[in-house]
Design a protein around this ligand. Structure first.
Ligand code: IMP
Ligand code: MG
Length: 170
């Protein structure tokens, strides 16, 4: 059974609010929105429909791992459609957990000399440990529990749920 944490309606309201805020913050500019795959896909798809300024849409697939010297490495599985040099980019992901993936992704994009780089996550997990990056836009904070739905998976399942919840054994 899955216990709902954020309903479809709550998600819709929050995404609309974030879209309005982003549109205000980037007024007069064109924004390159980059969906971080696969988790950031449903959120990005909803979010861009609430952004009223011109948007370029792209996507990026990568995962981070810690090498033997305990530095963060990024395994990149995709390429961008267009170079982002000189562009305002917004990286969109499902959840900020330890923050290692997003921090490594931000560093990767920074090297491409964008005009600006910001991040937007639907969920931010409350952890005791400090995070290497904090998101510029956050939908909701969530307790330190494993959540699924709205892009978030457990062994690649549940990404298609229209709500966010916790898997419970019944
Ligand atoms: P981080 O590098 O620890 O911030 O991990 C980020 C990635 O781990 C997210 O983009 C998710 O793909 C995954 N992740 C972290 N927490 C959860 C969760 O509660 N449910 C599903 N995926 C998660
Ligand atoms: Mg992810």
């Amino acid at each position: 059974m899955i216990r709902t944490l954020f309903s479809k309606e709550e998600i819709a309201r929050k995404v609309e609010e974030l879209g309005r805020k982003i549109s205000r913050d980037y007024e007069g500019k064109t924004l390159t929105v980059i969906a971080l795959l696969n988790g950031g896909l449903p959120f990005t798809a909803d979010l861009i429909r609430h952004i009223s300024i011109p948007v370029f849409l792209d996507s990026f697939a990568a995962s981070s791992y810690v090498d033997d010297r305990s530095s963060k490495k990024l395994t990149v599985r995709s390429r961008l459609k267009e170079p982002v040099e000189g562009r305002h980019i917004l990286l969109v992901d499902d959840i900020l957990d330890t923050g290692h993936s997003l921090a490594a992704t931000v560093e990767y994009f920074r090297k491409m000399a964008p005009a600006s780089i910001k991040t937007c996550v639907f969920l931010d997990k409350k952890l005791d440990a400090p995070k290497p990056v904090s998101a510029d836009y956050t939908g909701y904070e969530v307790e330190n529990v494993y959540v699924v739905g709205y892009g978030l998976d457990s062994h690649e399942l549940y990404r298609n749920l229209p709500f966010v919840g916790v898997v419970e054994n019944d």
